[in-house]
Design a protein around this ligand. Sequence first.
Ligand code: FAD
Length: 402
Amino acid sequence: MLSFELTDEHQMLERTVAEWAAREVAPRIRDLDRAHHFDRAIVPQMAELGLLGISVPTQYGGAGMDYISLGLASEALEYVDTSLRVILSVHVGLNCLTLLAWGTEAQKQRYLVPQAQGRALATYGLTEPSAGSDARGIQTVAVKKGERYYLTGEKTWISLADVADNFLVFAWTDLDKKRQRDISGMSAFIVERGFSGFSSGTLESKWGILAGNTGFFRMQAVEVPEENRVGREGEGFQIAMFALDQGRYTVAAGAAGLIRACRDASVSYARERRTFGVEIGAHQLVKEMIARMESDYQASRLLWLRAGWLKNVGRRNTRETGLAKWFATCASERAAGDAVQIHGANGYSDDYPVGRYYRNCKGAVIYEGTREIHTLMQADYLLGYRTDRPARCELPAVESTP
Ligand SMILES: Cc1cc2nc3c(=O)[nH]c(=O)nc-3n(C[C@H](O)[C@H](O)[C@H](O)COP(=O)(O)OP(=O)(O)OC[C@H]3O[C@@H](n4cnc5c(N)ncnc54)[C@H](O)[C@@H]3O)c2cc1C
């Protein structure tokens, strides 16, 4: 039977994450954001809550919760600040869950276990200075000599680039295929910060998600042992896309949280501020903006919940996850714009949080597939130009799902 009821465990998780973020982060977020400061002390607290391995099975150091829990945590974190949800997106969504599905047992023991326990922070490096949407355009190469690869290239716009320990990196292993832009020439690797030839930096001119770290890293003939290749040679592109199915899911749920934050801030301001002798909430045009936030929030939540349910039961969900991400992030931009509008000039300052929501929401309309790329994907599914072929490795289903 179809049920919209969250389990007691889900509700407890949602409450715990919301209470923690409200207590530990919300009072400081304005200052962290203004100072462009990534507070590393937040990471062990998230680890303590089990968030850094939330949907990773307990045998690999995780909390063993289902994928709906990952969505609930993403939503609750972004309700307070996008930078918190980004940690979950790259560390859990893009990295840990990819190692869970595609990693060897040795890779899981060496990397997934400490990551899920929060002893190491991980991220995902696909984008390069000359290639974002066009991932085939990456220039990073991995040249094999004996049992080692030598990686050379630069990744940019990478979340947590300057603070993470482990990196899931994509590079061409077949240079002929690179020239032909044939994706079967790409492979995936685990690179550690400590490997010789690796360096990183922070992008200082970013204007949103300022309490988060976004940066670049350079690899100058970084020596990577063969056992750090994830999947087979030539499976890198598939692995990169697999990871996005999980990352996009957290982005969708997070965007729903941002819409909810816009809605709540707007409702409260609309009850306080008076013009023309009445609360501004009494004006029909203000009501319209608030009502749209509610419909956008509810629709976004249903879409990410459906994607989470598909993950729980072990069904392919690239299409549904993409739709959830596309809809929720575009809706969050609408909600944040209207939230600023409802706050008038006060919205145009850091005295209220809505200006931060407005700056933060835009990133998600760009990363993990831009609005335009998702528009094309959804149209292509409908037109029959795109179908999802079965992958060699899939995200494990959650056993107790009805
Ligand atoms: C805050 C932030 C964090 C990020 N974190 C990460 C990360 O952790 N790891 C990572 O690998 N990357 C990350 N990225 C990079 C992100 O994934 C890319 O920015 C994104 O894929 C878009 O690529 P691009 O910026 O090169 O834009 P481009 O691909 O150059 O696109 C420019 C514009 O052209 C449009 N466009 C491009 N191709 C088409 C087309 N075929 N049809 C129609 N329109 C098109 C795009 O939609 C966009 O509007 C992050 C980006 C940001 C902003």
